[in-house]
Every structure is written in structure tokens, then in C-alpha cells.
Design a protein around this ligand. Structure first.
Ligand code: NAD
Ligand code: UD2
Length: 325
């Protein structure tokens, strides 16, 4: 039997690559990506995977994909994922993070009869720093950066297209995602990718390795393992109840940075060298999610922070062994 076809924009990125891996078990997967931050090495090799080099801010690149294929699901992950980049270049970011979403929705609208769900990757950044916790989908929305503003506008377009044109669509607000293949190279990379890279250096006896804590380490986050994000996205795609709705995807747990560090120290049986720096300006002290809405349609966060960190560390260690071989 021939496989149904799924489009993943941004499929060569950190989260996209994990989604591709999972969807290849059942579907033919088409990745549309301009490799600005994504990498071909994030993609498995498979006869069921097609890679289209393309830019979501170019209508012709999107139309080309929709002329070749008829999609059952569309996952829209392509974006400038860095808040810092969005502050530095708001207009260029907007052309990708906002206009790109509209171009994709316009193309998907023409396949509204066959697309079972269009799923958009939004962010907890839409909540901003308003202090009420935990964040529910109905909480105050107050994005503070071009990145958050474009995510909010995009998710509003996604839900509007769902209601106006019968394109079945949902949006997912990810909290702090972590796991293998997250890039630790920028100071604004996810804190757990930076911490994990420090853990690897310490485990290998690197005496210069040090982890900078911005603030006193009591900041709280809802860290969600990438496999749980992937299962949440697939649930939203396959569920009838998710249509025209926005959902948080998170772990539902919350931890201080100091707690995370203590868990890693237990995993590697070593103390981590820490340096306390001033808190970053604009840093949100506490952010965590209420995940009741997505749980009500069947989501279960499968990975505790301890399990996720242990898996992440094991993955990084095995990569080092492969490099040595
Ligand atoms: P990532 O940078 O690894 O992935 C983004 C992908 O999009 C990359 O492969 C990149 O090459 C591609 N891309 C960028 N601009 C493009 C363009 N114009 N045309 C085509 N492809 C383009 O980031 P990620 O962490 O995997 O993020 C995936 C999605 O999830 C993004 O939409 C991001 O905003 C969202 N998100 C991520 C997090 C997180 O903690 N990582 C949190 C909230 C939301
Ligand atoms: C996340 C998103 C950001 C935006 C924001 C909205 C990531 C990587 N960032 O920012 O894009 O959506 O949420 O609320 O997903 N820290 C250190 N040392 C380091 C790096 C970070 O102490 O080397 C601290 C940092 O100051 C912050 C916490 O760790 O208090 C988490 O930092 P982050 O950049 O991983 O994520 P966050 O929640 O600030």
C-alpha cells in the first residue's frame, strides 16, 4: 500500500529532525528547508524521505512543493528560532516567521480537502513576562519580542484559516525543548544544550570547562524532552478534537536551574564548575505550563527531567565514541 505524504517545513532543524524520524515509520516525508540553521546530517537516510531545498518566504518554493505532492499532514516548523536574531533583524525575521506562514497557509488552503491537519510550531514566548503561573492557553498574552509577536500573529492566522476556509489546523506552544542535536554554540542556545556540552567536557577531564549561571540559579522553567514534543505534534495532527485550537506542549513539571544542575551532577557523579553572572536583562524568572488541555485529548509527557538528561548525556557520549572510532 502506498504511504500518505507529510510535509515538514524546517525538518532539517533540531526538533524537525526528530519529527522526521518518527513520521518515517508510517509516512512518506517531504522536508522543505533552506538549511539556514538546519543540517542535512539531522536527517536520516530513507527511501521514504524527499528533501526540497527551499525558503518559506518565497512563494515559488512553496508552490513547487504543493504542485509535486498532495499532503495528508503539514507541520510548519521553519522559522528563525532565535529571539536574539529577531531583535537584531525584525523585518527579515518577519518575512520568514510571519509572511512564510501566510504563504504556506495559502498553498495548503488549495489542498484543504486532502490535508487532515496543518500543525504550527508556536512558542511560550507569546505569554511574555506577565507573572501569573502556570501558563494556560487562556492566560494573558503579552509577547515582548519580534519573535513572540510573529508567533502570536502566525498562530492567529492558522486558527483564522481553519475557521474561514475549512483548512483543519492547530497550533502548539512549545515550552523549553531540549535533547540530542540541539545546537549549543550560541550564548542564546537553549540552556540545557549549553549545560550538556559543559557536562561532556567535564566528563572528559577538561579543566577549563565552566557553566555560567545568569542570576542566582533559582529561575524556573518547564523543560520538555524533544520526543514528548514530537508525540504532542503527532497527537495534534491525528486528533479531531484539536482542530482550530491552540495547545501548550510542555512537561507539566517545573525545575530551578540549580535543581537541573544537581540532577546532572548525580548522573555523572561529578561536581560541575559554576560561575554566577548577573541575570540577563529581560530574563523571565519563572515560566511553566498547565498542560491540562492537551492531556484532555490524550497527551502524556513520557520523559521526566532525570530520564531526559540521562538520555541526552548518553547520546552525546555515544557521538563522541563514534567520532573517536
Ligand atoms: P532550528 O533552528 O533547529 O530549526 C528551524 C529550521 O527551520 C532549520 O532547519 C532552518 O534551516 C529552517 N529554516 C529557517 N528559516 C527558513 C526558511 N526561510 N525557509 C525554510 N526553512 C527555514 O530550531 P528548532 O529549535 O528545531 O525550532 C523548530 C520550531 O520550533 C521553530 O518554529 C521554533 O520557533 C519553534 N520553537 C522551538 C523551541 C525550542 O525550545 N527549541 C521553543 C518554542 C518554539
Ligand atoms: C526561551 C526561549 C526563547 C523564548 C523565551 C520566551 C530557548 C532556547 N529560548 O528562553 O526563544 O521563546 O523562552 O520566554 O528555547 N541561562 C544560564 N546560562 C546559560 C544560558 C541560559 O543561566 O548559559 C539561563 C537564562 O538566563 C534563563 C534560563 O537559563 O534564565 C533559560 O534560558 P534559555 O535561553 O534556555 O531559555 P529562556 O526560557 O530564557
Amino acid at each position: 500500500m502506498s504511504r500518505e505524504t507529510v510535509l515538514i517545513t524546517g525538518g532539517a532543524g533540531f526538533i524537525g529532525g526528530h519529527l522526521v524520524e518518527q513520521l518515517l515509520k508510517k509516512y512518506h516525508v517531504v522536508v522543505l528547508d533552506n538549511l539556514s540553521t538546519g543540517k542535512i546530517s539531522n536527517l536520516p537516510s530513507s527511501p521514504h524521505l524527499d528533501f526540497l531545498f527551499g525558503d518559506v518566504s518565497k512563494v515559488s518554493d512553496i508552490d513547487n512543493a504543493f504542485e509535486i505532492y498532495t499532503f495528508t499532514y503539514v507541520f510548519h516548523l521553519a522559522a528563525v528560532a532565535s529571539v536574539a536574531a529577531s531583535i537584531e533583524k525584525p523585518l527579515e525575521t518577519h518575512q520568514i516567521n510571519m509572511d512564510g506562514t501566510i504563504h504556506l497557509l495559502n498553498a495548503a488552503k488549495k489542498q484543504a480537502d486532502t490535508i487532515q491537519k496543518f500543525v504550527f510550531a508556536s512558542s511560550a514566548a507569546v505569554y511574555g513576562s506577565e507573572p501569573t503561573l502556570p501558563k494556560k492557553e487562556t492566560s494573558v498574552i503579552a509577547p515582548m519580542t519580534p519573535y513572540g509577536i510573529d508567533k502570536l500573529a502566525s498562530e492567529s492566522y492558522v486558527i483564522a484559516y481553519s475557521r474561514l476556509f475549512g483548512l483543519k489546523a492547530s497550533a502548539a506552544r512549545f515550552f523549553n525543548v531540549y535533547g540530542p542535536r540541539q545546537n549549543p554554540d550560541s550564548p542564546y542556545s537553549g540552556v540545557l544544550s549549553i549545560l550538556t556540552s559543559c557536562v561532556e567536557r567535564v566528563s572528559n577531564g577538561d579543566e577549563k570547562a565552566i557553566f555560567n549561571i545568569y542570576g542566582d540559579g533559582t529561575q524556573v522553567r518547564d523543560f520538555v524532552y524533544v520526543d514528548d514534543i514530537v508525540s504532542g505534534l503527532i497527537l495534534l495532527a491525528e486528533s479531531d478534537e484539536s482542530t482550530s485550537e491552540v495547545f501548550n506542549i510542555a512537561s507539566g513539571e517545573n525545575h530551578t536551574l540549580l535543581e537541573v544542575i544537581a540532577i546532572y551532577e548525580e548522573i555523572i557523579h561529578q561536581k560541575l564548575p559554576l560561575r554566577f553572572e548577573s541575570a540577563r536583562s529581560g530574563d523571565i524568572h519563572k515560566s511553566y505550563a498547565n498542560i491540562t488541555k492537551i492531556k484532555n485529548i490524550g497527551y502524556r509527557s513520557q520523559t521526566t527531567l532525570r530520564e531526559g538528561l540521562a538520555k541526552y548525556h548518553a547520546h552525546e557520549t555515544s557521538q563522541e565514541v563514534m567520532v573517536l572510532i
